[in-house]
Design a binder for this molecule. Structure first.
Ligand SMILES: Cc1cc2nc3c(=O)[nH]c(=O)nc-3n(C[C@H](O)[C@H](O)[C@H](O)COP(=O)(O)O)c2cc1C
Length: 227
């Protein structure tokens, strides 16, 4: 699969089959992703792969915390702006409602909305979960590097017939995850990622949120070049 095909075909998968993923396959994905660029080649990634018992423990504890103790788990960093404004607010709404309408969740249906949110915390049934930590003394640049590393993982997985869903939803529950995987207090949990085989029968996996056209975010400065 060439890179552009992988880029265009990858999408966030929110229903996985129970088919196990061989450890060698996960290793081969990480082995490809380690060639991602990073400023001064600092490679600021620390990855924890969970399946089996460790996955089950995290799922059990975080699902409980997300339902009953959410206020005890404030996020360690702002993924989203504290105050939403357009055009981001409109895009966020379109993304959320597009997904919910596909699932038949109507506006105001808090119970089903919460159920869907909680699906994050069983990795949407994916058999493998990844958690990504960064050292606290690494500033913005390392987070930029990390984004590339994450996309590399997702594209490598795509090229090997696997599916992914990046998940910032795990970030507030860093204390639980840190304890189970043994990550030090000096690292921040950036996000998790569900990894497995897509459930091809699940309608939710057909969701493809629209992108803005290239012309909406690009300004060309080409005068004098004959354009
Ligand atoms: C860093 C990051 C964190 C995300 N966190 C979540 C999440 O917690 N739960 C979820 O269902 N989707 C999550 N997403 C998926 C986005 O909603 C998705 O990428 C976006 O809607 C575009 O859709 P696509 O990935 O299918 O192309 C996340 C994406 C990124 C890049």
């Amino acid at each position: 699969m060439n890179v552009e095909t992988a880029l265009r075909q990858r999408s966030s998968i929110r229903a996985f089959s129970q088919t196990p993923v061989a450890r060698e396959l996960v290793e081969s994905i990480l082995d490809a992703a380690r060639f991602s660029p990073s400023g001064s080649n600092i490679q600021p990634w620390h990855v924890h792969v969970v399946s089996g018992d460790s996955r089950a423990q995290i799922v059990r504890e975080v699902r409980h915390a997300a339902q009953f103790e959410r206020d005890q788990h404030p996020p360690a960093y702002n993924y989203y702006p504290p105050q939403w404004r357009d055009p981001y607010l409109a895009r966020r709404r379109a993304c959320g409602w597009g997904l919910y309408s596909l699932l038949g969740i109507t506006k105001g249906d808090r119970v089903r909305g919460l159920q869907q949110e909680l699906r994050n915390f069983d990795f949407f049934d994916a058999p493998v979960g990844l958690f990504f930590f960064i050292d606290d003394d690494i500033p913005y640049g390392g987070w930029l590097d990390y984004g590339m590393f994450l996309q590399s993982i997702m594209l490598a997985a795509q090229s090997k017939g696997l599916a992914t869903c990046p998940q910032a939803a795990w970030a507030p529950f860093h204390r639980i995850i840190r304890r189970v995987v043994g990550a030090p207090d000096s690292q921040t949990l950036i996000c998790g990622l569900a990894l497995g085989y897509a459930d091809s029968t699940a309608e939710v996996n057909s969701y493809r949120p629209q992108r803005v056209d290239t012309g909406e975010f690009t300004t060309w400065h080409l005068s004098g070049e004959g354009n």
